[in-house]
Design a protein around this ligand. Structure first.
Ligand code: 5GP
Length: 187
């Protein structure tokens, strides 16, 4: 089996993280690429499981060493990026990499992996529902929520550049569809 990758991107609040978690429970062939970030830990997040949490200076240092496939400063001093070491480790185990990244990161990863990746855009049912979900998290300030909403309008406009658009109205249905797409892609 050749080395493959599945990229999930969406505006934050569209539900891609829930879909990715459900797929990881169902499919042993998948392994999650843990991104690095310099944002603060939220809630129950675990270093090395949800993200590699780095300080902004550590993050800049790893950029200059060339450790990332892609990285972005998504908000001021809040870096996110994909480490080369993550992918090498997962492929060495014979597994398919699964990514949960923002829209620009997803497009950059697709450009990097080309036909070795399937890029899936998770579409929220409506802008109102997206806002409701973001507020439902109750972990962020109004300012942060506004920042994410503004960004999401731009992100929706990139959806057509993805290989697949997956609507997430009912989580279970979206996960079933994603599983079928992935099984067909990696077989
Ligand atoms: P959050 O702070 O909600 O965990 O993530 C903010 C955004 O950054 C999300 O859209 C998330 O998917 C994205 N993100 C997470 N990891 C990466 C990564 O490795 N690269 C890029 N470009 N974005 C990422």
């Amino acid at each position: 089996m050749s080395n493959k990758a599945i990229i999930f991107s969406a505006p934050s609040g569209a539900g891609k993280t829930s879909i990715v978690h459900a797929l990881l429970e169902r499919m042993d062939a998948l392994s999650f690429s843990v991104s690095a970030t310099s944002r603060a830990k939220r809630g129950e997040e675990i270093h090395g499981e949800d993200y590699w949490f780095l300080s902004p200076d550590e993050f800049r240092n790893r950029i200059s060493k060339g450790d990332f496939i892609e990285h972005e400063e998504v908000y001021p001093d809040q870096f996110y990026g994909t480490l080369k070491s993550e992918i090498d480790g997962i492929w060495a185990e014979g597994k398919t990499v699964i990514f949960d990244v923002d829209v620009i990161g997803g497009l950059n990863l697709k450009k990097y992996f080309e036909d070795d990746a399937m890029a899936i855009f998770v579409m929220p049912p409506s802008p109102e529902e997206l806002e409701r979900r973001l507020r439902g998290r109750k972990t962020e300030s109004e300012e942060k929520i506004q920042m994410r909403l503004k960004k999401s309008t731009e992100e929706l406009s990139y959806s057509k550049r993805f290989d697949v658009i997956l609507e997430n109205k009912v989580l279970e249905t979206a996960v079933d569809k994603a599983e079928a797409l992935i099984r067909n892609y990696i077989k």
